[in-house]
Design a protein around this ligand. Structure first.
Ligand code: NAD
Ligand code: IPM
Ligand code: MG
Length: 372
């Protein structure tokens, strides 16, 4: 049996605590099948942490995250905490853990399952077989740039400021992640910016060009303004292989790409740091792209597949467990082929199930595949 993998589970808020048990069941299945051994610990983040400790990212959570081999997050936020001061809102917990662990590279793969392509509101040929990778810079840009804040001027006018800042090392390191990924895929990278308006992204574009010329001669690098990119993603997403972009553009484009896969409830992600120069350890947090979905929380309606697919990314990127990740994804494919659907991916003639029942169906197919 493989070494024990230390996984920190952070269910968070809203649908987070509903989808997470379904992933834990998948982990338990792998253990029972003798394919892995997990040491699970649980931690608080977001609103759940605010309620218990007064802040969205307790020191204990951060310590547990650093000690773990990988972290799995559900979602944070919700109306209950909307009126809190900005710096202690649930979302600050997520931004804080990303920053503290140096998780600068957020991989958001938009891969379409055939059964959902058939059900898409887009034309079948637009989405069938789609497999693109959005690489979002995650610890810089306008999310973290200084100066920032809201101030009142002497004449009483209020001013809100956020700054879009990138340095050359920040651009180069995310560029390398995108180009390394592209080398193992279609060798095409589209860098998305707003270099017609924002100086910071003029630098972004210049550095991407330099990186490709100096280190990745085999990569075909193209550039697109973000407004056009959002339109092209819907018009003809298959023109893309790897998309690399800034923190905020990546946030927006990935929600858009999620709909190509059928639902926000289908899109996983991996947030990765750099390997430590001496120990080789790389922090990694796996998180669905969706949020806490307050409109459906607490009703067994959420689609757990984005979080389960985030776990398969953990198996691939942190634990090199490709066969196990393949098995889970094959089982998801069978479940979808059988027409089993949560509400967000429902279509006429399909069987509507809840969060837990989607977990039941998946485990049954994993049993069947393992027995075959
Ligand atoms: N990673 C995160 O934790 C994260 C991401 C995005 C938003 N948020 C937070 O979540 C809260 C709600 O934000 P929002 O409503 O803008 O975005 P959201 O992603 O929570 O929900 C958007 C829509 O998608 C649906 N949806 C999302 N996930 C789904 C799933 N797994 N199954 C079925 N339907 C699903 C929701 O029901 C809703 O209609 C806010 O506090 C926001 O800050 C957190
Ligand atoms: C909740 C929020 C901080 C987060 C982000 O903007 O990064 C979310 O929208 C995401 O896409 O992961
Ligand atoms: Mg988002």
């Amino acid at each position: 049996m493989a070494d024990t993998k230390k996984v920190l589970v952070l269910p968070g808020d809203g649908i987070g605590p509903e989808v997470m048990p379904q992933v834990v069941r998948v982990m338990q299945w792998l253990e029972k099948a003798g394919k892995a051994k997990f040491e699970l610990t649980e931690g608080l983040i977001g609103g759940a942490a605010i309620d218990a400790t007064g802040g969205p990212l307790p020191v204990d959570t951060l310590e547990k995250a650093k000690a773990a081999d990988a972290v799995l997050l559900g979602a944070v936020g919700g109306p209950k905490w909307d009126d809190l001061p900005f710096d202690i809102k649930p979302e600050r917990g997520l931004l804080g853990i990303r920053k503290e662990l140096g998780l600068f590279a957020n991989l958001r793969p938009a891969v379409v399952f055939d059964a959902l392509a058939e059900a898409s509101t887009l034309k079948l040929e637009v989405v069938k077989g789609l497999d693109i990778m959005i690489v979002r810079e995650l610890t810089g840009g306008i999310y973290f740039g200084q100066p920032r804040g809201i101030e009142t001027l002497p004449d009483g006018t209020r001013k809100g400021v956020n700054s879009l800042v990138y340095t050359t090392p920040e651009i180069t390191r995310i560029g390398r992640v995108a180009m390394d990924l592209a080398m193992k895929r279609g060798k095409r990278v589209c860098s998305v910016d707003k270099a017609n308006v924002l100086e910071c992204t003029v630098l972004w574009r210049e550095e991407m060009i330099k990186l490709q010329k100096e280190e990745y001669p085999e990569i075909e690098l193209s550039h697109m303004y973000v407004d056009n990119a959002s339109m092209q993603l819907v018009r003809n997403p298959k023109q893309f292989d790897v998309v690399v972009t800034t923190n905020m553009f990546g946030d927006i484009l990935s929600d858009c790409a999620a709909m190509l896969t059928g639902s926000l409830g289908m899109l996983p992600s991996a947030s990765l740091g750099a390997a430590d120069a001496t120990t080789g350890k790389r922090y990694a947090l796996y998180e669905p792209v969706h949020g806490s979905a307050p409109d459906i929380a607490g009703q067994n309606l959420a689609n757990p597949l984005a979080t389960i697919l985030s776990f398969t990314m953990m198996l691939r990127y942190s634990f090199d467990m490709m066969a196990e990740a393949d098995l889970i994804e094959q089982a998801i494919q069978v479940v979808l082929n059988k027409g089993i659907r949560t509400g967000d991916i429902m279509q006429p003639g399909a069987t509507r199930v809840g969060t837990k029942e989607m977990g039941d169906a998946l485990l049954a197919e994993m049993d069947a595949l393992a027995a075959a």
